[in-house]
Design a protein around this ligand. Structure first.
Ligand SMILES: [Fe+2]
Ligand SMILES: [Fe+2]
Length: 246
């Protein structure tokens, strides 16, 4: 904690703030279980972090979708999402497909990696057409299965990521099979088509180019994402305050 943050009115100012890492962030890794050690440091003037973390960009009181893009999504996923959206846009895809491409990895960009399609779909469901959320959910499973009719092959990147012999679990296979028979199949399949990694060579895409499409197809809550009382508001608040102890 610095004098600066004390003066700028952050919560818990004047205290040393400790951060407890969420179990999904360290279980099974080489990182040690620090829960006991952190709790052992509690003392007068030393507290568990709750609320705005001075080390993170501060979010507006009523955050909108692009605020999360600018201040919370990790760099690689930010570039991946805006590039996917831009490619769909440049290809003349329907605006809802562009939005689905822009949002498809929002969960692993700022919340959780495991089952990112399901988490992402849930986060956005109250604010988008059901077809957009469905496309986001199902892109996770469809990514593993080729569809030659649209020129989609199993991604080379997945061979690198998961090894040449990786086989997805049964629930993913079943989800992909069901998705293929669904009337919205092609919407999700299009998300996979524009879902390409360009870690090294992507140009910078200004997320503001999506402002109008977001305005037409993403119902921003008046109170801000995280504060509208919806059943997914907690997910957005978790992205705003990723270090809260509880
Ligand atoms: Fe994905
Ligand atoms: Fe992706």
């Amino acid at each position: 904690m610095s004098d600066d943050d004390e003066n700028s009115g952050y919560p818990q100012a004047g205290n040393r703030r400790l951060i407890l890492t969420p179990p999904v962030g360290w279980r099974g890794t080489e990182a040690p279980d620090t829960e006991g050690e952190v709790l052992g440091q509690l003392a007068p003037g030393t507290v568990l972090m709750m609320g705005d973390n001075p080390a993170l960009p501060r979010m507006p009181a009523k955050p909108r979708l692009l605020d999360f893009f600018k201040h919370r999504i990790t760099d690689i996923t930010f570039r991946h999402l805006v590039t996917s959206g831009k490619r769909a846009l440049d290809s003349g895809q329907d605006e809802k497909i562009v939005l689905a491409c822009l949002l498809h990895d929002i969960a692993n960009g700022m919340l959780l990696r495991t089952d990112h399609g399901y988490w992402g779909a849930q986060m956005i469901a109250p604010y988008v057409d059901a077809e957009v959320a469905w496309a986001v959910e199902n892109h996770q499973a469809l990514r593993y299965y080729a569809d030659e009719s649209v020129g989609y092959r199993y991604p080379d990147s997945y061979v690198r990521f998961f090894g040449p012999d990786y086989t997805p679990p049964e629930y993913i296979r079943a989800a992909a099979e069901a998705a293929r028979k669904h009337r919205w199949y092609m919407s999700s399949r299009l998300v996979t088509l524009y879902d390409i990694y360009f870690f090294e060579k992507s140009e910078t895409v200004d997320p503001e180019i999506f402002t109008d499409i977001i305005g037409r197809h993403f119902r921003e809550p008046r109170e801000g994402l995280g504060f509208d009382g919806s059943h997914v508001a907690h997910m957005w608040r978790t992205a705003i305050w990723p270090n809260n102890a509880l």
